[in-house]
Design a protein around this ligand. Sequence first.
Ligand SMILES: [Zn+2]
Ligand SMILES: [Zn+2]
Length: 356
Amino acid sequence: MERYQMLWDCGQCGTKGLLGLTHRHCPTCGAAQDPKRRYYPEAGAEVAVEDSPYQGADKVCPACDTPNSAACTFCTGCGSVLDGAKAVTVRAEQHAGAAGFATDDASVAAREATERKSADEASRSLAAATAAGLKAQEAASPARWPWFVGVALVLVICGGLLSLLFWKQESALSVTGHTWERRIGIERLEMTSDSAWRDSVPADATMVTCHEEQRSTRSVPDGEDCHDKRVDKGDGTFSVQQECTPRTRSEPVYDTKCTYQVPRWHEIDAAVAKGADLAPSWPAAAIPQPGACLGCGREGARTEHNVVALTDPKGGAFTCDLSQDRWSAMADGSRWVGAVGVVTGALECDSLKPAP
Ligand SMILES: [Zn+2]
Ligand SMILES: [Zn+2]
């Protein structure tokens, strides 16, 4: 991988654009390089590194803070052993935008170092505050039982509310009346316009016309987005790497849509009979033109309702829609018991049974 020299400015004599790897000390005044103030060169002005294999990020002497090459065993500043010495802080990666790499210099490096330091301090003080808070909490509540009791209390209240909703009481009821309804739908076979994708056009469809239409979209790969990034290696050099992310685009998926005519039964009318006695009967459904031809009619669905009316001693009125057998077995004035919701006030019709 190609490596290039980072740059640095001498803080003591003001010489600018010194090379990160070649000039470990300022060639003008001899001041040591500060690795925190290294910066990336302007695009096009990179100085390539030759014949200097990468050894690792520089190490900071724990005794005198002098940065040393990773290959050193002893500090060049004070002679201390560099065992366990920390690596220097590196600059953030630089990513090329549409206009290439942004301009970098010693002041940007200094701002980045300050920001990093205050972010570190903030996270350290947050961690300390969290630890202190936990400790204070532990001291304030030596036992955990109040928390436990709170949860139990909430559970009990919720359970109580729920059971209140389902709370029912047996109530005495008497039958006050009956009503019934019988309904027969009347249908006609009509030509109906409809549309469907070709694979689901019904077999009896006629006058089928089809056209292409968008049915869905799919995501297809569409190359890669690539840009260069510069990575500070920590030894006064940086490498340039290409970073790519796959790109996709959305593409319409076409299919054949068909419109057609198809004979279908439609309800056009209904015959209804109603009564308030105990003798329900089906109405006569007058079918205009019985048969299976287009425009012919037939009987449709039959529905029935058998409704009994009841009251309780407090004057509450209830109705139940029952099967005809159960309905007709409940004579007017007869006595029954049934479950009535205490909160909801609703009668549970399935619970009806003769009074003892
Ligand atoms: Zn200097
Ligand atoms: Zn040292």
